[in-house]
Design a protein around this ligand. Structure first.
Ligand SMILES: [Zn+2]
Length: 256
């Protein structure tokens, strides 16, 4: 399998932009379009031509640059079929279980409703790379603007079945704040405590904390750990089901 190249760069106040490039075919995809200028700057620096936009969801800090980039480059826009009406300039809608060909690479589509009704995420399984938009963050998960806790927990369980060494590219740098919340609900988690110390050092010198890995999230992200004894004890929910623990964790984070 030929390699794939990824460029990651800050956009807006705390978004990340991503460009995915296949050297074999010259194809280049922007994963979401938070801000046009930095995307164009990276395209120019790498001498890449934008062929695709892969949207995760309709929010302005994810699809706001679609129309201008399409006008400038003629790229093809792929996004959630369920939410096609809210994705500016969409050419092709995709749904759960479908696979997009990107050169010789396979990009698997998963529907992950919760943050928005139509949210989708993209997995390149062979390359162990995933773009998860606002569904999963380092030590956090997206706010439930258009879904229930049960829907979001079902969505996150799809991600939990991916290979542990999958590199997870989330769309915001929220890690330090997420870590402070995570420690408040699972203070007994030693790996979480170590990770928060590491994140503080990285952020102090302006380093990215993304991508993360699924293994690291399984060990430290409270939203993937409703079965954790330490979390359940801290919440006083030893006997509740996973959805109830997840819902309580999400509600506590909203008020944190
Ligand atoms: Zn969003």
């Amino acid at each position: 399998m030929s390699s794939i190249e990824i460029e990651m760069f800050p956009c807006l106040s705390d978004n990340y932009g991503f460009l995915l490039h296949d050297p074999e075919t010259g194809l280049t995809a922007a994963i979401d379009t938070p801000e046009v200028t930095p995307i164009l700057a990276v395209l120019e620096r790498r001498a890449w031509r934008l062929s695709h936009i892969l949207n995760t969801h309709h929010h302005g800090d994810h699809a706001g640059g679609n129309l201008e980039l399409k006008r400038l480059t003629g790229c093809r826009i792929i996004g959630p079929r369920q939410d096609a009406k809210r994705i500016p300039g969409i050419d092709e809608g995709v749904a759960d279980g479908e696979v997009i060909g990107f050169g010789a690479h396979r990009v698997e589509v998963f529907e992950t409703p919760g943050h928005t009704r139509g949210h989708i995420v993209y997995l390149l399984r062979d390359e162990r790379v995933a773009f998860v938009g606002d569904t999963l963050f380092a030590m956090g998960c997206g706010r439930l603007f258009e879904g229930t806790p049960a829907e979001m927990w079902t969505s996150l369980q799809k991600l939990l079945r991916w290979p542990d060494d999958t590199r997870i590219y989330c769309a915001h740098e929220y890690t330090a704040a997420n870590g402070r919340f995570a420690l408040s609900v699972e203070p007994s988690n030693a790996e979480l405590r170590r990770r928060c110390e590491e994140v503080a050092k990285l952020r102090a010198v302006g380093e990215f904390t993304v991508p993360t890995t699924l293994a690291l999230e399984k060990a430290t992200n409270p939203f993937l750990r409703p079965d954790s004894r330490g979390l359940r004890e801290a919440l006083g929910m030893a006997g509740d089901d996973d959805v109830a623990v997840f819902a309580r964790t999400r509600a506590l984070k909203d008020a944190f």
